[in-house]
Design a protein around this ligand. Structure first.
Ligand code: ACO
Length: 333
């Protein structure tokens, strides 16, 4: 029987632009070491991080998200009213409702957009990108704005030596739009809820309000456990994303993994047998781990440095709390 419903025909999707916002204040390892029992050498050798950016009070989540989104919109040359959806990923947004995506849509003039937040921690950007690609391909939106924004300093205990040196603040955004050739490869997703405790928030705001003598809810992480999982489970998922997209390592222009630790990145490069011709994003050296924002920030940094060109294939892989991951090959905007 012929269906009475009309649906838009399937088409291809691609990244049409990338934008970034990096907070003004640069924080050195020396400054971090004034708060925790550590050394500059230990931080750099164990994580790869030399400095990071911490947001000032006026660099709020909406302000940073708007700046990154505005830059992506300008680069795409798309009128804001043509945006069909704004999808926002963040793990440090402490306001459950209203969705921050709606505020960002309003601020950038996306008057015709639906807007919702997505919670996928450090994998949030890749999950959001997959959703945006599906929307454009299926025709439910012509252009989708994907924003990832974090103020990790709001949820990290600055005296916790196991994570205070890792996490930082910033925002990245991409525009996803229609294309006459495939620009977003199939996503490979996974979740290991049995390892949820490896990265979690302590307590609750209700508990803190009842007894404000302690810390507000903050993040705790079993770094060693996540490190092993990232190398053993996430690297093979990145390999599956390459296989599904039909891209061989030697044809890849760039590798942009979640910016968690240069040792994890180096081990992934080894496991994937990426040749030296592949530009590997190491944005965390000066940006720290900005959770969901780390991949679009790194993508922006790589492209601005001229390390990879528009239209070339890049492998993205996000992973983190959940534990959860998402990986896909994209053509660079
Ligand atoms: N300074 C000096 N020494 C330290 C510090 C510090 N800041 N922190 C820990 N140490 C000590 C430990 O006490 C330990 O000492 P011991 O051997 O006497 O017990 C030693 O250094 C080694 O500690 P490890 O925790 O094993 O250090 P590791 O080499 O694993 O590095 C790190 C820690 C950098 C956190 C690493 O485990 C890591 O990057 N893990 C992955 C994190 C990640 O990928 N997160 C992604 C998800 S993020 C998200 O979803 C929000």
């Amino acid at each position: 029987m012929i269906s009475p419903l009309r649906t838009p025909s399937m088409r291809h999707a691609r990244l049409s632009a990338v934008g970034a916002y990096r907070p003004r204040r640069v924080v050195s390892n020396a400054e971090i070491c004034t708060r925790i029992d550590s050394t500059e050498e230990w931080i750099e050798s164990r994580s790869g991080i030399r400095s990071r950016r911490f947001a000032a009070p006026d660099e709020t989540l909406p302000a940073m998200a708007e700046a990154a989104a505005g830059a992506a919109l300008t680069e795409a040359g798309v009128a804001p009213e043509r945006i069909g959806a704004v999808v926002l990923a963040s793990m440090s947004n402490l306001v459950q409702t209203p969705p921050l995506a709606a505020t960002v849509a309003h601020r950038v003039g996306a008057v015709a957009a639906g807007a919702f937040d997505l919670s996928g921690a450090c994998a949030g950007f890749c999950h959001a990108l997959a959703v945006a690609g599906d929307m454009v391909r299926a025709g439910s939106a012509e252009h989708v704005l994907v924003v990832a924004v974090e103020r990790m300093t709001d949820i990290v205990d600055p005296a916790d030596r196991s994570i205070a040196f890792l996490f930082a603040d910033g925002a990245g955004a991409v525009m996803v739009g229609p294309s006459d050739r495939p620009g977003l490869g199939p996503v490979v997703r996974g979740a290991h809820g049995d390892m949820a405790a490896a990265l979690r928030m302590t307590g609750s705001w209700a508990d803190f309000r009842a007894d404000p003598s302690g810390l507000p809810p903050v993040m705790r992480m079993d770094g060693r456990r996540i490190f092993r999982w990232a190398v053993d489970e996430v690297a093979p998922a990145a390999q599956r994303a390459l296989d599904l997209a039909g891209v061989r390592p030697e044809n890849l222009a760039a590798f942009v993994p979640h910016q968690a630790n240069t040792r994890i990145i180096d081990l992934m490069v080894q496991r994937l047998e990426l040749p030296d011709s592949v530009a590997v994003a190491r944005d965390l050296v000066t940006a720290g781990n900005t959770s969901a924002a780390s991949i679009p920030l790194a993508l922006h940094g790589l492209r601005d440095a001229g390390a990879a060109r528009s239209g070339e294939p890049a492998l993205l892989v996000g992973f983190g709390a959940g534990l959860t991951y998402a990986a896909q090959v994209v053509l660079l905007p």
